[in-house]
Design a protein around this ligand. Structure first.
Ligand SMILES: [Zn+2]
Length: 300
């Protein structure tokens, strides 16, 4: 029996990674940095975003976590319409965003206690927002060491997570802030596995990545674009080398329609991660990064 050269080479090559049932854990349809000061045409956002969502659905993506928080363009009704039209599961969130020096916080966030804020978010989870149930918490903090207001937002998220079981995606600038949040969350008797360090790629010191992952937190390298792809690969390989791939997620922070700009400005497609990064990864890693971990972190 002779083995053809072609057959031999095919046997050597790793099977192509399957993208069926993958999850994009950090993307945006719409981000409104004007906080409602620039009204937008929902039909236009729908028409612009839809083909980009169709494109990832076609590649096998099952679920898309929309990470735009309340007061920065969260629009559950629009997301529900896009989900219906595309067949994608699109998840929205509850919580408040304290990053960018608190400019997107409503006044009540400054005066209410962590427990009061947590109650508001738990209520949104139980009753839904415009008919849509938030499926995760999305907060944001400034760089560490964290100030009192930032700490309060994190504590509120922990209290809400304890009540609802929701995971906490926290927009985080640096490793110091990430570690402080792990401490706040665990002090509130919430497992570190409920904490997701959003934008972990912005921290250049791998020691923080390892420390948070070892403590049981999720380390999310979610800024994949053409320029940052090599660094994202390096981050993933680092944690894999430490035996911590099971604490690692990847996404793109792509999109999104920006009110106040003509036709929402430049829209970054959601496909690059799937078409350009995935082929550079071992298929077994893709299973963990884009399927197993997102379900373990955020729920089935
Ligand atoms: Zn984002």
């Amino acid at each position: 029996m002779s083995i053809t050269r072609r057959g031999f080479l095919a046997a050597l090559a790793a099977p192509p990674a399957s993208l069926t049932d993958t999850v994009l854990v950090h993307e945006h349809v719409l981000v409104d940095f004007t906080s409602g000061k620039a009204p937008y045409d929902e039909a236009e956002v729908f028409a612009i975003a839809r083909p980009h969502l169709d494109a990832v659905k076609k590649l096998g993506v099952r679920r898309f976590l929309d990470c735009s928080p309340n007061f920065i363009g969260r629009n559950p009704k629009l997301l529900a319409r896009l989900a219906d039209a595309t067949g994608l599961e699109i998840w929205t969130n509850t919580g408040l965003y304290a990053a960018r020096n608190h400019q997107f916080l409503p006044d009540y966030a400054k005066t209410e206690t962590a427990a009061q804020l947590a109650r508001r978010w738990t209520m949104e989870y139980r009753q839904g927002v415009d008919g849509v149930k938030p499926r995760f918490l999305k907060i944001g903090v400034n760089d560490g060491p964290l100030g009192a207001l930032d700490k309060k937002i994190v504590e509120a998220a922990a209290l809400c997570s304890r009540e609802t079981g929701l995971a906490i995606q926290s927009h985080t600038g640096n490793g110091i802030a990430a570690w402080e949040q792990v401490e706040i969350v665990t002090r509130a008797k919430v497992s570190a596995s409920k904490f997701v360090w959003v934008h972990a790629y912005r921290e250049k010191n791998h020691e923080f990545h390892e420390k948070v992952a070892r403590a049981g937190g999720w380390v999310q390298f979610d800024g994949v674009d053409a320029k940052s792809m090599a660094w994202h690969l390096e981050c993933v390989r680092f944690l894999q080398g430490k035996g911590l791939l099971g604490r690692t997620m990847i996404s793109q922070d792509a999109g999104y329609y920006k009110p106040g700009q003509p036709r929402g400005g430049a829209f970054r497609p959601y496909t690059l991660l799937l078409t350009d990064l995935v082929p550079k990864l071992d298929p077994a890693w893709v299973e963990v990064l884009l399927k197993k971990n997102p379900v373990e972190a955020y729920g089935a």
